[in-house]
Design a protein around this ligand. Structure first.
Ligand SMILES: CC(=O)N[C@H]1[C@@H](OP(=O)(O)OP(=O)(O)OC[C@H]2O[C@@H](n3ccc(=O)[nH]c3=O)[C@H](O)[C@@H]2O)O[C@H](CO)[C@@H](O)[C@@H]1O
Length: 365
């Protein structure tokens, strides 16, 4: 029997590429051949992909940050991208094509639609991204990372969750030390890039905590490169023990040790939080397309696993009050942990794999 082939198409940001990487690793282990179609920006996130994934880099000239370049000639270049994807698919006959969002997934999904190959999309966020919106009604299945996901009328979604790293899986449901009169830690993360607003509001909010909490507190704060110095200085001047870095490579460990996490509401951060199971205060990025970070946070917040503070209305005082509440109410914090765990999907990759295999099977019969 011919080795089954999976074609994945993803682009732009790490947010689209991380789930693609998890699926690639799992399908290779099952003996599949895996191809990835992406552009130059997406290719920057392929460092962690297994070497046996065949990467097909499509022209970035067709795509621009935030959308298609509005100028003459673009339709022809897109048509060119689709034509070469069609040629490749006539030759390779992929068993399944999966799109993870981002403009670079257009050619492969269009070719799969034209050639009627089995195809699906995975949406990481609680609102469909622009490309996934176009294809939701043209694919065989829509896998959702966040639940609930707002879907166009008539479209049924399957909740599979967002795949998380192995280091996160290894800490799934790790024991939680409830807040108390001993060393405690708070983790502050702003997505893969860091977030300025967290550097503006979190340090002064922490500085307002009662002395008995502050005395035993250690803060890990991810800040944008340009904010590192002022944030570190602020904590030092207020006698707060803080580790301020542009990116922590050991987030799974720091998250496990934290009594509280203050975070943006990106899809992977929420998946990490609910698989490990930690109380969180979420400040969704208001400018995200379709306000998708608010949609991402909604389910976890409604379940009681997190507190949401919209950035438009949040003050330093509000934030300080919520931090104090979590760090001084051990029962409440433990309830948040349980609610978050109830929301976590450590088997997201396996669920995605099952969908791919079922689709391939259907395509063969
Ligand atoms: C600003 C923005 O538009 N962000 C989007 C981007 O996510 P973005 O990449 O910003 O954020 P995510 O929360 O999805 O992922 C961040 C990942 O990096 C990890 N981490 C973070 C900080 C750190 O120091 N070390 C570390 O390892 C987190 O634990 C998490 O696993 O794509 C996601 C998926 O489409 C969207 O949900 C987000 O809204």
């Amino acid at each position: 029997m011919k080795q089954p082939l999976l074609v994945m198409a993803a682009g732009g940001t790490g947010g689209h590429m991380f789930p693609a990487q998890a699926l690639a690793e799992a399908m290779l282990r099952r003996g599949w051949r895996v191809k990835l179609s992406t552009d130059a920006r997406g290719a920057r996130y392929t460092g962690g992909f297994p070497h046996t994934v065949e990467i097909d880099q499509i022209s970035s000239a067709t795509f621009a940050r935030g959308g298609l370049i509005a100028k003459a000639g673009v339709p022809f270049r897109i048509a060119g991208g689709v034509t070469s994807a069609v040629a490749g698919m006539i030759r390779d006959k992929p068993d399944v094509v999966v799109g993870f969002g981002g403009y670079p997934s257009i050619p492969a999904l269009s070719a799969a639609t034209l050639l009627k190959r089995p195809r699906m999309i995975h949406e990481q966020n609680g609102v469909l991204g622009r490309v996934n919106q176009i294809f939701a009604s043209r694919v065989d299945a829509v896998a959702c990372g966040t639940w609930p996901t707002e879907l166009p009328e008539g479209i049924e979604g399957y909740h599979v969750g967002n795949p998380v790293r192995r280091a996160v899986i290894e800490r799934a449901g790790a024991g939680y030390i409830v807040p108390g009169d001993y060393p405690m830690s708070v983790l502050v993360i702003g997505g893969s890039q860091g977030a300025r607003i967290l550097s503006d509001v979190v340090p002064p909010a922490i500085a307002q905590l009662p002395m008995e909490v502050l005395r035993s507190l250690r803060v890990s704060h991810q800040a944008r490169e340009e904010d590192i110095e002022r944030v570190a200085t602020y904590y030092a001047e207020h006698g707060i023990d803080a580790d301020v870095q542009p990116f922590f490579n050991d987030i799974p460990r720091r998250m496990t040790e934290a009594q509280l996490v203050i975070s943006r509401a990106g899809a992977s951060s929420l998946a990490d939080l609910s698989v490990i199971g930690r109380p969180s205060i979420l400040i969704p990025y208001a400018a995200a397309a379709g306000d998708h970070q608010t949609a991402n946070a909604r389910g976890l917040v409604d379940a009681g696993g997190a507190i949401m503070l919209p950035e438009s209305r949040m003050t330093v005082e509000d934030l300080a009050a919520q931090i104090e509440l979590v760090l001084t109410e051990p029962d409440g914090a433990l309830q948040m942990v349980r609610a978050a765990l109830g929301f976590g999907m450590p088997d997201a990759t396996e669920r995605l794999v099952t969908m791919v295999e079922e689709l391939a099977e259907k395509g063969r019969t």
